[in-house]
Design a protein around this ligand. Structure first.
Ligand code: BGC
Length: 372
């Protein structure tokens, strides 16, 4: 290489370094210039679902004039409360809170209200307090309906074993998901298409379409996964150990979300007396999309987190401008009808996974292993 060429390469590399350095400085300065106005508290980093929310928030917040801080509570209401207090002490004006425990979170909402901070309940409703200003959510009853309908659509004949699983009793969504699923499944249980395999409380209520909250709680208490993979696996194992042979073979499984669906699916797949299963899910978590591609999970309910995040930011910005966010519906949280504008959800299975999640740019094709 000639000396001249070497010189130009060195100058070029130096210029590149300087521009990267300056670029880095200006963007970090820009973000530090933004005023911290929005505090976001998410339930746990242990589930891909909430990492999705964190990533999408980070993407969307770049375009707002305000800074935000995101903290995780790791499934611990005390940590959640401490997170809220930290954000309040930093002077936030709007709190976006996804509660781990709907009732315990009321104290955090009240502390925020006392500090003059607006409270947006994010994805999960905070219960039994008037300190919630708005509820940003998907249509969670529709989530359950789509799960139930998928099982109904894939069942033929009578006497099909049906295994029911639900989320945590401390999460109001668990009730909404179960309510939606039950509305669709109950007539098909009553007419003998399905036989409930793992809940005598559900069997006792099989002729009742509209269940009270207490009735739902009694069923959910028997079939709860607590949104925990291990609890889900242990419960599925216990259910299978108890089930007679006529409750095995070709079975149907209502699993409340993707994380628990993967645990439950693996457990059923390992039972030699299970010949085939149809299992639901929700969240379109990447590991479950791979399970769907591989035929190990039947479906998921896709909740486009970009929409939820955009809704939350829009509501926050409206409050920061002293406006009133648009609402199409209210959700009663025990003491208040909380305004909301729920977003629709969509079934994804093997037949449309590419179209809905890859062609739309939600995920990259290279994130998954596809059949050759
Ligand atoms: C959310 C689901 C999530 C579950 C467990 C629910 O409240 O709506 O998307 O899978 O919690 O974290």
């Amino acid at each position: 290489m000639s000396n001249n060429r070497r010189f130009f390469i060195m100058v070029g590399a130096l210029l590149l370094l300087i521009s990267v350095f300056l670029g880095g400085c200006s963007s970090s300065k820009q973000s530090s210039n933004k005023q911290l106005a929005i505090g976001i508290v998410l339930p746990t980093k242990d589930e891909p679902r909430w990492i999705q929310d964190e990533t999408r928030f980070q993407d969307a917040l770049k375009d707002t004039p305000y800074a935000a801080e995101i903290l995780f509570s790791q499934g611990d209401p005390a940590k959640e409360k401490a997170n809220v207090e930290t954000l309040l002490s930093k002077g936030i004006k709007v709190l976006v809170l996804c509660p781990h425990d709907a009732n315990a979170a009321a104290a955090s909402a009240e502390a925020a209200k006392k500090a003059g901070v607006k409270v947006i309940s994010y994805d999960r409703l905070i219960l039994n307090t008037d300190a919630v200003d708005y509820y940003v959510t998907f249509d969670s009853i529709q989530v359950g309906q789509q799960q139930g309908q998928y099982l109904v659509n894939h069942a033929t004949g009578k006497g099909n074993p049906l295994y029911l699983y639900a989320g945590a009793l401390s999460d109001n969504n668990s009730f909404l998901f179960f309510q939606g699923a039950w509305e669709v499944l109950q007539p098909k249980i009553a007419d003998g298409t399905f036989v409930i395999a793992n809940s005598d409380k559900a069997v006792a209520l099989k002729d009742k379409k509209n269940l009270s909250r207490e009735e739902m709680a009694s069923i959910i208490g028997q079939i709860t996964t607590n949104w925990d993979f291990n609890t889900a696996k242990n419960l599925a194992q216990a259910n299978l150990a108890k089930a007679s042979k006529n409750l095995k073979g070709n079975v149907y499984i209502l699993a409340p979300n993707d994380g628990t669906a993967r645990s439950i699916a693996d457990t059923f797949a390992a039972d030699p007396d299970i010949t085939k299963y149809v299992i639901t899910g929700q969240d379109a978590e990447k590991p479950s999309i791979q399970y769907i591609i591989d035929g190990k999970q039947s479906m998921t309910v896709f909740k486009d987190v970009r929409i939820l995040v955009k809704d939350a930011i829009n509501v926050a910005l409206t409050y920061l401008k002293n406006g009133t966010p648009e609402a199409t519906k209210t959700y009663n949280n025990g003491v208040k009808d909380v305004p909301s504008k729920p977003s629709p959800v969509q079934v994804v299975d093997k037949s449309n996974v590419k179209k809905v999640l890859i062609d739309s740019g939600y995920y990259k094709e290279s994130d998954f292993t596809w059949p050759k």
